[in-house]
Ligand binder design. Structure first.
Ligand SMILES: [Zn+2]
Length: 263
């Protein structure tokens, strides 16, 4: 049986159909009525969904906020210049994104149509690679979506809610940045990889033993789109070299624990 949303039916009404219980919201930390939320949105997968999905308890407010960004994330990843090479992403683009665009519902498509400009692509070392279409997206929306995902994964692994005041540094990593980031994971050790849907998503993470709020994540979608997320607690000041300098020392005493599985 599948729950479907009829046109015009509100999120609140849909929320009433979900199995409810009292518990801790993995995203905001409130003790209240919660339902299960898929941390990695279902819309990033083709059907049938994988048997193992990562879910956490979430309050209606957080569930509602997160679900408003989920199609945005799907469209962002499937239209990504690298992500769009994935067969799964291509299928989603043709089956979901295009029809969403035709109905005027895809924010990413609207932004791309209005703003995309041909722009030279240059590596961090200054080497010209190619030209491609580039558009500037709503960064706050991207950061909020990834902060929900990281909060959910963290809760799933550690049964602890990240501080509501935590700061999130979210970066789309090119190949060179991803290799550098991976070097840091190999040097200090990591938890994971946690894999979902045969490569639709996987991630590795590090936590600082000295402070639960300092975490470092590499999230990979469709086996080729890399995002780096670093969380820092309120008031955390990184060293003169930026975020790496601040977290590296702390990450030397890593905690290795946590098994991610659905329950
Ligand atoms: Zn909540």
């Amino acid at each position: 049986m599948f729950a479907i949303r009829l046109a015009g039916e509100s999120e609140t009404k849909v929320a009433k159909h979900r199995k409810r219980r009292r518990g801790l919201c993995a995203y905001c930390g409130q003790m209240c009525e919660v339902t299960r939320d898929h941390v990695i949105p279902k819309c990033l997968f083709t059907m049938p969904l994988p048997k193992v999905m990562v879910t956490v308890p979430a309050c209606d407010a957080c569930h509602g906020k997160k679900s408003r960004h989920e199609d945005f994330l799907r469209d962002l990843l499937t239209m990504d210049i690298v992500g769009s090479e994935s067969p799964v992403a291509q299928r989603l683009f043709h089956e979901k994104v295009l029809s969403s665009h035709r109905q005027g519902k895809s924010l990413v498509c609207r932004i791309a149509m209005a703003q995309a400009r041909q722009t030279p692509i240059v590596t961090p070392a200054g080497v010209y690679v190619d030209e491609c279409y580039v558009a500037h997206l709503d960064l706050d929306r991207v950061i909020e979506m990834f902060s929900f995902i990281v909060r959910g994964l963290y809760f799933r692994l550690r049964k602890v809610v990240l501080s509501p005041d935590c700061k999130f540094d979210v970066r789309r990593l090119g190949v060179e940045d991803a290799m550098k980031c991976w070097g840091g994971f190999e040097e200090y050790g990591y938890n994971g990889p946690y894999i979902l849907g045969g490569g639709v998503f996987w991630c590795v993470c590090q936590y600082a033993a000295s402070d639960d709020g300092i975490t470092n994540w590499m999230l990979v979608f469709y086996e080729r789109v890399y995002y780096g997320v670093v969380t820092t607690p309120p008031g955390f000041v990184s060293g003169p070299k930026g975020r790496d300098c601040g977290t590296e020392g702390n990450l030397k005493t890593l905690i290795h624990d946590g098994v991610m599985r659905d329950d």
